[in-house]
Design a protein around this ligand. Structure first.
Ligand SMILES: C[S@@+](CC[C@H](N)C(=O)[O-])C[C@H]1O[C@@H](n2cnc3c(N)ncnc32)[C@H](O)[C@@H]1O
Length: 406
């Protein structure tokens, strides 16, 4: 393909991503896979260049561009080499006109930017849309840092998290021997920090991972707490089923999947009332902390959707509180940076609960945040939990908190 033809292909791909965002259709990753499958004539270099360009456009504009061409035209305004490729050549885009729509503005939709906590300066905002590295969790009973370093000399290890390693974003780990042996799994360091927050002084006997999904955190909990009985519940049959191949790769465990009926969750959870030593609520959320990986999701969020998801989070916290035994703990987490989903939920739900206390987490990652969305000291009475941000912690954005029941 010529460079101009690659630009036109990126315009077509961004059009597909925009249409799906407007209609809540398939994810950008799925669309890209289908797009390239239908265009077998593209070589791997073409595919990489088209994808990079399309993703550059998706990352660059927070407000939904009018169409793919407007998005690429917006990029071309900042990049003379790209502008020169709008040359009207065959398969390339028509020359740019002064009167055509061009995407403009910042990285984040205005209405979401207004909701971010005060700590979000320009650096923090830009980092939300940076490229993410490839984070791994390794199983120390099957491998160790030296063995991993022998395969990937540029691998890095976290000082804050005991099993966390990091590779450049495009490393093909799935072909590696440690992957095949189930000795490593892909998991953002932020997710690993949440699992770390679940580990208290006492070893829990019964753990309920209320929103287990495809089991990212369930499997990490199972590796850290091999003697615990772990109930992995979710309302999505597909997600629970997606956990199965991951479980097989990771080896024997004590995980029990439990499919819940939406809005009738208690029917299946009632036998565990006041029984759990630990309940993890990794709640459904806006995903505003994961724009590094899924930048198009910020075009899908609306104020109505945010209000709906926040109401669901409050309901899930209430359910989880009924499951914890006196002396047990509840960990609430969202991959969101918006106070309405994080600190305010914790303040409304957990701090307001009689007999519940938020426990400051002593960790080398993240920062304590108050219910008002401002950073605070760990000893602050108004502490709501911990915030991880891409700039400060090199992780996806997360809020999490641990509360104990007396
Ligand atoms: C952030 S994801 C969980 C990710 C998962 N814990 C992991 O580490 O891979 C949120 C999950 O909540 C589930 N969910 C949504 N509503 C729910 C409900 N009412 N009860 C239980 N799970 C629910 C979704 O299906 C989704 O899998």
């Amino acid at each position: 393909m010529t460079p101009a033809a690659r630009v036109q292909a990126a315009i077509d791909l961004v059009d597909a991503i925009l249409n799906a965002a407007r209609g809540q259709g398939a994810s950008a990753d799925t669309l890209a896979r289908n797009f390239f499958r239908e265009r077998r004539y593209m070589g791997s270099g073409d595919r990489r260049a088209v994808r990079d360009l399309a993703w550059r456009a998706v990352r660059r504009f927070g407000e939904l561009p009018q169409n793919g061409r407007a998005a690429l035209a917006g990029l071309a305004r900042e990049d003379a080499e790209l502008a020169a490729l709008f040359d009207g050549s065959s398969y390339g885009p028509a020359p740019l006109r002064d009167d055509e729509p061009v995407a403009t503005g910042g990285l984040i939709p205005g209405w979401i930017e207004a909701l971010l906590p005060p700590l979000f300066d320009d650096g923090e905002k830009a980092a939300l849309l940076d490229r993410a590295p490839l984070d791994l969790r390794y199983d120390p009973s099957r491998t160790d840092p030296d063995a991993l370093r022998a395969i990937w000399p540029d691998i890095a290890f976290s000082e804050a998290l005991p099993r966390a390693a990091r590779l450049p974003g495009n490393t093909p780990v799935e072909a590696s021997a440690p992957w095949q042996a189930g000795a490593i799994d892909v998991q953002d360091w932020g997710s690993q920090a949440i699992v770390q927050a679940c580990l208290g002084e006492e070893t829990p006997g019964l753990v309920i991972d209320l929103c287990a999904g495809a089991g990212g955190k369930t499997l990490a909990l199972s590796a850290m707490l091999p003697a615990a009985r772990i109930i992995a519940s979710d309302t999505s049959r597909d997600r629970l089923q997606a956990m199965e191949p991951r479980r097989r790769r990771a080896g024997p465990d004590r995980i029990e999947p439990l499919l819940l009926d939406p809005r009738r969750e208690w029917e299946r959870l009632a036998p565990f009332e006041v029984q759990a030593d630990l309940v993890l609520v990794d709640a459904p959320c806006s995903g505003s902390g994961t724009w590094r990986r899924n930048p198009e999701t910020r075009w899908r969020l609306t104020p109505e959707r945010l209000a709906r998801v926040a109401a669901e989070q409050a309901r899930l916290i209430e359910i989880a509180m009924r499951l914890v035994r006196p002396g047990g703990a509840l960990v609430y987490a969202v991959c969101s940076l918006l106070p309405d989903e994080g600190p305010r939920q914790a303040a409304r739900g957990l701090c307001a609960g009689k007999g519940w206390t938020i426990v400051p987490l002593d960790m080398q990652i993240g920062r304590p945040i108050g219910a008002d969305g401002r950073l605070c000291d760990a000893s602050d009475k108004g502490i709501a939990g911990r915030l991880l941000t891409p700039q400060h912690d090199s992780t996806d954005g997360f809020f999490f908190t641990r509360a104990c029941r007396s």
